[in-house]
Design a binder for this molecule. Sequence first.
Ligand code: FAD
Length: 395
Amino acid sequence: MKKLHTDIVIVGGGIAGLWLLNSLSKQGFDVLLLEADSIGGGQSVRSQGIIHGGIKYALNGVLSQASDSIKDMPLRWKKCLTGDGELDLRGVTQLSDAHYLWSQRSLGAKITSFFAKKAMSGRVDSVATANYPAVFAHPEFKGNLYKLNEIVLDVPSLMAKLTEGYQSRILKIDTKHGSWTKNSDGNIETFTTAAQQLNISAQHFIFAAGEGNGQILEALNIERPKMQLRPLHMVMLTHETDLSIYAHCIGASSKPLATITHHLNADGSFTWYFGGDIAESGVERDSAAQIDKAQQLMAKILPWVTLKNPIWSTLRVNRAEPKQSGLTRPNAAFVHSEDNFSLCWPTKLALTPDLSDQVIASLAQRQITAKFKLTEQHLQNIGHPQVAATIWSKQ
Ligand SMILES: Cc1cc2nc3c(=O)[nH]c(=O)nc-3n(C[C@H](O)[C@H](O)[C@H](O)COP(=O)(O)OP(=O)(O)OC[C@H]3O[C@@H](n4cnc5c(N)ncnc54)[C@H](O)[C@@H]3O)c2cc1C
């Protein structure tokens, strides 16, 4: 049995775990990340990659708390992408420098004047007809179009970038297959995997395993906080097209009818990935009914788009979050620190920098300082996980 002593063990290699691996290593901590399957293969690579600034939470014409906590995120991410931020994300593929918002018909006066308000300046801009992206430059389009200060990232390239320089620190270990020990104070002492002949101890453990946090809480007999899962039934339309789209379509309700992002496949075709209300309300529908619904929606919201060789499919995926009353959406990144562990859910890819701030503050509050230094030799002969591909690129 090989014994590994380190400062921080992170469980889960999605956006939360990878960001923390980078930010805590930069703080001088010795960090190991344990990933059960593939890097980003949970929610992260299935996400739409939009670095939200919160406008979609303000469609009822009110700047809510959810909208407020996320408003600084686009700028933080943009700084990272140009090499001026807390992490160096230069080289990550940016799919779009903006996300758009369109309505089928003219928007009401309330929301138009709300978007024009000072508080929204820099977050929402109206777009002159001459500058419409090609997909909206059609005489049949009679609605309003706004440009949001929200970039869209290619998530597999983001995941790959966050592993750079840390490959030897990311170990392929599923903590489901192993056992945890605690000391008499209730602090977590070790994780042991007999199959991999490893015994790992740390000053602090961070659980960033998305949906997998549920099983970890059970294994460690941690009653609270609890996890909630909010399911989605996403739709994928793979087709040959010259039109790219990164946009929310808004209807009468305060939730986008659909949020569509555009992704290139290896064979030159593109996948339009549909989230928003169609994915939330579609969880009760089977795949065929969900595709039918999406086709009706397309005919209603983008009637001028002609599809060439379309292939429709769907994907079920859960959002894993801290439990809220009434299964509502949490407003901010979530970190709960207790004894020598922190439990994390970013709740949005975009909010991960905020999650990292909270973890760093909690370690500082606990006066945890760097103590250990594992070498490459200690980590020899332990397997490493691959970065996950998107679902559509595997079809
Ligand atoms: C369809 C969809 C679209 C979304 N779109 C957006 C968007 O456009 N913008 C945005 O900001 N947010 C978006 N989100 C939310 C965002 O994707 C998530 O908040 C974020 O990716 C969660 O990251 P995570 O690292 O917590 O979890 P995950 O990405 O799920 O990663 C958890 C990792 O832990 C690993 N793991 C699990 N159990 C164990 C274990 N026992 N041992 C070791 N490893 C384990 C898993 O294999 C996985 O790799 C979207 C979510 C979904 C579902």
